[in-house]
Design a protein around this ligand. Structure first.
Ligand code: IMP
Length: 180
């Protein structure tokens, strides 16, 4: 796979290889399995970006588990208030459950923090956040993910589920924007 890729008008350079991702995701799955064995956790997968990460992570986490999907999007014009639209699979009940949010990336943390607050209102027994990528430089909210795959600089990235206007999701590695 090329080290340089084009997505729409932008050029991206490989930052994390597919092999590095596979190794780290395996470690994370093992750790989650250790931490949640016997507790039947509910994994809430945040669409669309986390689908590829979640598929690999949950295969690496061989414990009794439940999965649900949620689509989050910020309302236009109200981003600063942290208002998000949330389409939750309503068959999933979070009350008294061990809930684990699976995210692709925590950037400002705005979306995730709003989602966390909504879930906490339903009184889960425990609420954890696992993210493949974390950009601590960009973070504006007081949210520290419990499990982090890779800490990265404040650069725009694509690949392994993350997109630039729907381009680049299929790439097996993570690529960072070159022209900033
Ligand atoms: P946040 O609310 O600023 O933490 O970010 C919300 C969402 O923006 C993330 O879940 C991603 O879907 C998207 N996002 C943030 N940074 C990037 C990036 O570098 N590449 C692709 N998507 C991103």
């Amino acid at each position: 796979m090329d080290d340089i890729v084009q997505a729409h008008d932008l050029t991206f350079r490989k930052m994390i290889t597919a092999e590095q991702i596979a190794e780290r995701v395996q470690e994370m799955g093992t750790q989650l399995a250790r931490d949640f064995a016997g507790r039947h956790p509910l994994f809430l997968i945040v669409l669309k970006g986390a689908y590829m990460f979640a598929a690999d992570l949950l295969r690496a986490c061989p414990i009794d588990q439940e999965v649900a999907f949620v689509r989050l999007s910020s309302y236009q014009g109200t981003r600063s208030s942290g208002t998000v639209r949330m389409d939750l699979d309503m068959t999933a009940k979070v009350t008294d459950r061990q809930v684990i949010i699976v995210e692709d990336i925590v950037d400002t943390g705005r979306t995730l923090e709003a989602f966390r607050q909504k879930l906490l209102a339903d009184a889960p027994a425990d609420l954890k956040v696992v993210t493949l990528l974390h950009k601590p430089e960009a973070q504006a909210f007081d949210l520290i993910p419990d499990y982090v795959g890779f800490t990265i600089p404040n650069e725009f990235v694509i690949g392994y589920g993350l997109d630039y206007d729907e381009a680049g999701r299929h790439l097996p590695a993570i690529y960072q924007r070159t022209d900033t």
